[in-house]
Ligand binder design. Structure first.
Ligand code: AMP
Ligand code: ZN
Length: 149
C-alpha cells in the first residue's frame, strides 16, 4: 500500500488505509471497491484508485486503465449478486455534477425494473450550428498538445 498519494482529510484515502471502516468487495494493488454507505439501491459499489486524485480529469491514464479493466468483472458481480435488471456506471465530476467526495470514484448502481429511481434525465436539442461548433471545439481540444492554452 506504500507509495499511494494520501490526503488525511479525504474519507476515501482513509478507507484505503483502513483508518475508517468500509465494506470492501475487491482490492488490487492500485484500486479498491467497497459498498456505498448510502446506496441508491442495495449493492451500490464505489470503485476508487488507492492514490488520491481529485477527480476523473486528474487521473493518470495508467490509473484510469487499471480501474477500467476491473469494471466489467465488478459490474457482472454486482448484477449477479443483486439480481439487478441493469445498472449504471456513473462518475459525478465537479460540484455542478454532484461530486461530494474529492477523491475520484466510479459508481456502480444496480437498477431494478420496479425501483423508484428517477431516470432518465431530461434531454434537449441542438439549435443552428451549435452541434457542429461543439464538435469542432472538442476535436480542437483533443488535438492540441497537453498544457497548450
Ligand atoms: P459523489 O456524490 O459522486 O461524490 O459520491 C460520493 C459517495 O460516497 C456518496 O454516494 C456517499 O454515499 C459515499 N460515501 C461517503 N462517505 C462514505 C464512506 N465512508 N463509506 C462509503 N461510502 C461513502
Ligand atoms: Zn483521497
Amino acid at each position: 500500500m506504500a507509495g499511494h498519494a494520501y490526503d488525511s482529510h479525504c474519507p476515501f484515502c482513509r478507507i484505503v488505509r483502513g483508518e475508517i471502516p468500509s465494506s470492501k468487495v475487491l482490492e488490487t494493488d492500485d484500486a479498491l471497491a467497497f459498498l456505498d454507505i448510502n446506496p441508491v439501491n442495495p449493492g451500490h459499489v464505489l470503485l476508487v484508485p488507492k492514490s488520491h486524485h481529485l477527480n476523473l480529469t486528474e487521473l493518470p491514464d495508467a490509473t484510469a486503465a487499471q480501474l477500467g479493466s476491473l469494471v466489467p468483472r465488478l459490474c457482472r458481480a454486482v448484477q449477479a449478486a443483486t439480481q439487478a435488471d441493469g445498472f449504471h456506471l456513473i462518475v459525478n465530476n465537479g460540484r455542478a455534477a454532484g461530486q461530494t467526495v474529492d477523491h475520484s470514484h466510479w459508481h456502480i448502481i444496480p437498477r431494478f425494473s420496479n425501483d423508484s429511481v428517477h431516470w432518465p434525465w431530461p434531454h434537449s436539442q441542438y439549435s443552428g450550428d451549435q452541434l457542429s461548433q461543439i464538435q469542432l471545439r472538442i476535436e480542437r481540444e483533443l488535438n492540441s498538445p497537453p498544457g497548450d492554452g
